[in-house]
Design a protein around this ligand. Structure first.
Ligand code: ATP
Length: 484
């Protein structure tokens, strides 16, 4: 049977990858903690991304901006006025819903009943009303479509209200309106406000990029699907500054580069696709998502957006500080330098947690092994060796006769090169299984012959094939495979 999201959630918890946050208090909705293996996998993903998006480019550098930013940042970015979801409350059940999702639910019912045309008409009407921000008409549509509250079963709806997704708090000791600040809903703005700092201090020449990995916060109304949609999550973003007029060329280049990245870390081509946006966000002139086929369907893992000069222009207007770049390169049409302009931006933005979930779902493997009556199911995590939380496990066949000490010595000699664990508890078959379940690519068995021939047996996770290797070659052999 196909893997379900429930299988994934259970495996992630049981083997120390992801736990519900503050679970002893029954958890906090849409907030999760990464466990001992999860943090390793996530760090590995972040390192691979960082390397691909900075180290491998001469013209991309990183920053690590603060989560708190001046409140005008969010005025300029459009988040104070526009980062909203339309909400409606049921007066009887006191439950709150996203108005668009109630209507989408109805459309889904119509589609399932074979009334696809009606469903499409409903969605089109909804799209138009939401686009016009005609919230009263959205409410009327919900009532005329007879959409009742799933809890109370009644049509007793309030008006539709816009609900801002940013978390706010107060800074400093005086709690008046002027002290309201926000937890950043995206990391991008920390890059934009530092555009000139980096450009000048690094003597960067357009086109160039700035990368950042960091936490972002959104008070998501409908938080579902495990770590796919969280209220606290992590983004890996890169803003690429280009000369106006060249943005589509870069947009297409990044679109391809980013898809190749996902394939290179092991996501299969058939589980990935582009999804072009029909309706563009207020800041974009072109946008595409890279989607991964999760157990619940194809969903966005990364967005690539051509953001024009929207952000830098608005920051210039609100801060009254010029956000211009002087381009000394020669325009072949005029034979003069391009001169001053506000650069255009192409952004690549991927959620570290969504990439984690995609990688985790893809790695989760159940297979039948053995012949005839001896056939049994085997579960393992087929992670790229560079991403696996533990790279090698040293397993002495038995604890006695000096094999434990020898094993520990080997583990100690490897652990400064890559993450190595030592395990001598229980039958060797059980120990292999434990490593399979967290995706360790190499198990190193130490047996009686090791004392004579100075060789160990490497057992490969995916094929379960075994090979005899000199101890002196382990570091190099395994090191090569697990390198980022
Ligand atoms: P969605 O439509 O799924 O809400 P979005 O289009 O709002 O996502 P962006 O604003 O483009 O997302 O953010 C870029 C990336 O950040 C997304 O591709 C996703 O990987 C990640 N991301 C956004 N919101 C969340 C969230 N609530 N939980 C986890 N990751 C998120």
């Amino acid at each position: 049977p196909a893997t379900t999201l429930q299988d994934i959630i259970a495996h992630a918890k049981e083997y120390g990858f992801v736990f519900p946050s503050s679970e002893i208090y029954d958890g906090l909705q849409a907030v999760y903690d990464y466990g001992q293996n999860g943090v390793e996998l996530k760090n590995n993903l972040k390192n691979v991304w960082w390397k691909a998006m900075t180290q491998l480019h001469d013209n991309i550098v990183g920053v690590d901006a603060a989560i708190f930013m001046h409140p005008l940042t969010w005025k300029a970015s459009g988040h104070i006025d526009g980062f909203n979801d339309p909400m409606i409350d049921n007066k009887d059940s006191k439950k709150r819903y996203r108005a668009d999702q109630l209507l989408e639910g109805k459309a889904e019912l119509l589609t399932n009943a074979g009334k696809e045309d009606e469903a499409n008409a409903l969605l089109a009407k909804m799209g138009k009303l939401l686009g016009d921000e005609d919230l009263e008409a959205v409410r009327e549509l919900i009532i005329s479509e007879n959409i009742v509250c799933p809890v109370s079963g009644t049509l007793n709806w309030t008006e539709v209200r816009q609900f801002n997704l940013m978390f706010s708090t107060k800074i400093g000791s005086v709690a008046d309106d002027s002290s309201t600040i926000y937890l950043r809903p995206e990391t991008a703005q920390g890059i934009f406000v530092n555009f000139l700092n980096v450009q000048k201090s690094g003597r960067m020449k357009v086109p160039f990029g700035i990368s950042q990995i960091g936490k972002a916060f959104r008070n998501e109304i409908v938080a579902r699907q495990f770590i796919f949609r969280m209220r606290e999550f992590e983004q890996m973003e890169m803003q690429f500054f280009v000369r106006p007029g060249t943005e589509m060329e870069w947009y297409n280049k990044w679109k391809e580069t980013r898809l190749s990245f996902h394939k290179a870390i092991g996501l299969p081509a058939e589980s990935l696709k582009y999804h072009d946006h029909d309706k563009l966000a207020h800041y974009a002139n072109a946008a595409v998502d890279i989607e991964y086929k999760f157990p619940f369907g194809f969903r966005e893992i990364e967005g690539i957006h051509s953001r024009t000069d929207f952000d830098l222009s608005n920051h210039q207007a609100l801060s009254k500080k010029k956000q211009q770049y002087f381009d000394p390169s020669i325009d072949p049409e005029t034979n003069k330098p391009y001169g001053n302009y506000i650069p255009y931006v192409v952004e690549t933005s991927v959620g570290a947690d969504r990439l984690f979930l995609a990688t985790f779902c893809n790695a989760f493997t159940k297979e039948m092994v053995g012949e005839g009556d001896k056939q049994k199911e085997r579960t393992y995590m087929k992670l790229h060796p560079a991403l696996a939380p533990v790279k090698a496990a040293v397993l002495p066949l038995v604890k006695k006769d000096g094999l434990a000490e020898l094993g520990q010595e080997i583990a100690n000699s490897l652990k400064s090169s890559f993450r190595t664990v030592y395990d001598d508890g229980g039958a060797i078959g059980k120990r292999y299984t434990r490593q399979d379940l967290i995706g360790t690519p190499f198990c190193i068995a130490v047996d009686y012959e090791t004392k004579d021939d100075n060789c160990v047996t490497i057992r490969h996770r995916d094929t379960m094939e075994q090979e005899r290797v000199p101890i002196s070659e382990l570091k190099e052999r395994i090191g090569k495979e697990v390198a980022v």
